[in-house]
Design a protein around this ligand. Sequence first.
Ligand SMILES: Cc1ncc(COP(=O)(O)O)c(C=O)c1O
Length: 392
Amino acid sequence: MALAEHDVARVARRSPSSSILPMPVPLLDLRAQHATIRDEILPALEGLVDSQLFILGAPVERLEREVAELSHTKYAVGCASGTDALLLALKALDVGPGDEVITTPFTFFATAGTIHNVGARPVFVDIEPKTYNIRPDAAAAARTAKTKAVVPVDLFGQMAAVEDVAKALPGIPVIEDAAQSIGARRSIDGEWRMAGEVATIGTFSFFPSKNLGGYGDGGMMVTNDAAISDRLKRLRMHGGAKQYFHDEVGFNSRLDSLQAVVLSAKLPHLAAWSAKRRANAAYYDQAFADLDAVTTPYVEPANESIFNQYTIRVERRDELQSFLKDRGIGTSIYYPLPLHLQPCFAYLGYKEGSCPESERAAKQVLSLPIYPELTQGQLDDVISAVRGFYGR
Ligand SMILES: Cc1ncc(COP(=O)(O)O)c(C=O)c1O
């Protein structure tokens, strides 16, 4: 998990100067959300605990049906995390040693870490500077005889141009890393398509800081291909369709029923929570419109973002971040070092300048609090602090 994402819980509890006072505006306040749904979650959890049926079963099947419906796909398969969803997807497409997988370096580590962990080679291509998502033409240019899959990422809540990526790489399966974008949609040929829908396999994370977050780790894969769905189900259970009989070597990666119960209780709220995030984003956009030093997030006209993050590009980013911290405003940098420059990927041979837009973004981006429970006062505090920093 990104350190910053773990920090979210701590940020919600501590002010910069005191270990007991809450911050005026944490980056994310999960307790504020829990307070609004406590009466729905706790009875559901109680029922599950009383049943003592903790592994797969009805609660996981129910959530799989619900997420498939949301994503306009025929199948959904729960697993232990968004990272495992990527890993299982790569395995289900037979990606392994000797293969190359094209992806973006401006993403959470798991996108490329899983490619490495199945024995394949991550091939990094640069991003569109406005959306931070993979450039389809760059993905096409990176294709070789070894290319086995492509992994576009729907960063910060906005779908990548998944259909263009698929067109740019005919015959290559697409794994859409939609960890940050469940419920996001994109108008393709005049029709709304959901995150995960257009890809060969779409993957979601239920990490607590996601728009649909569990009370622990969880993940899910969606697909319209029955054979892939069956294979994913086997792979999450040690590779066997029947207990103690193994067609191949798989993993132990199941979604906990406890998490499924929490997630099914939260799912009916997802659309309203994401709409509130969009409203908060629109409010910030307007408030920062006259600041030359701040570039607000760009959402493509074809897209409806779920704003898992509200990420601005700014001058003097690090100074602004500490200025906001001193005023009790939580922020985070997603992501400070693009993956092609991470020490663990030095063996791939990328250098500074290999993906210039990703490198520039890493130096300029700053994510502000955007969660749906932010009060008007908190939003205004963030705005006046940012404006104050730039003397406006
Ligand atoms: C883009 C992206 N991919 C993959 C993951 C991995 O998900 P998880 O933390 O559930 O393993 C995350 C979230 O942390 C993510 O943001």
